[in-house]
Ligand binder design. Sequence first.
Ligand SMILES: C[S@@+](CC[C@H](N)C(=O)[O-])C[C@H]1O[C@@H](n2cnc3c(N)ncnc32)[C@H](O)[C@@H]1O
Length: 267
Amino acid sequence: MRRRHLVEIADQRLCPRLFRNITTDVLRFTSVKTNMYAPILPRLKAVLQTLDCHDIVDLCSGGSGPVLLIQEQLNNREGYPVRVILSDKFPHLKAFEQVVEGTGCKVSFIAEPVDAASVPEGLRGFRTMFASFHHFRPEDARAILEDAARRREGIGVFEFTGRNPGIFLIMLLSPLYLLFAMPFIKPFSWQRLFWTYIIPLAPLVVLWEGIASNMRTYSPQELKELAKDIAVNGYAWDIGTVRGTWDLGKVHGIGLHKITYLFGYPM
Ligand SMILES: C[S@@+](CC[C@H](N)C(=O)[O-])C[C@H]1O[C@@H](n2cnc3c(N)ncnc32)[C@H](O)[C@@H]1O
């Protein structure tokens, strides 16, 4: 099945902020609760160590979930402390403020919009993009990679969506999952409950966003195609997939999904 750039509701300028925040809050809750990106941690640490880099600039942060869990694991489990700057084209300030309050000076955020396709000059550090590279059409996606390479910054792109049957099945079951999960998602919101249990538009929006994201996600082969024409000397690419896992504290297992990753870094 080839990549198709289906419309994502949250990408539309006219999308109400409430629905944009619901989708990113759901994503943060799910990725943190299941420790979804754990399989990429060893590779990420190795790349950061190679670069001797302790600063992460997270692009397209949304509700900010995955990068903060990764930061905590790098700090506490791997003994590799990193600072994180959160950013987004549509900054979810309530979520940003809440995490900064909880984590202190190791996390900061940019309150103004930051377009991942045009990262401001002064923003230095290893760039991460969780569940967001698929938002960009090939020409912008290539420009994002090229910009990182030309400025000799490392970049890590991580996607759990894709065009494989397992993740489509997970997306189809997502409305059912949300009926159970919604009350537990923070920050608590009556509006979110209204749009789930009284008028069930929120689960339908999340379902559509999931399917559209699957169809938009670049395969490793497509990522290699994007990177191959970027002619910057002394800059390496590492692209592939790892089997997804889920981890609910005491219970964990192999997932139906894969994590597609791309690392770019100066040598
Ligand atoms: C699917 S969410 C992923 C959020 C977060 N990284 C996560 O995994 O929970 C995609 C995010 O990309 C942001 N976004 C979309 N287009 C963007 C752009 N051109 N530049 C920066 N952020 C963008 C959206 O506002 C949204 O927060």
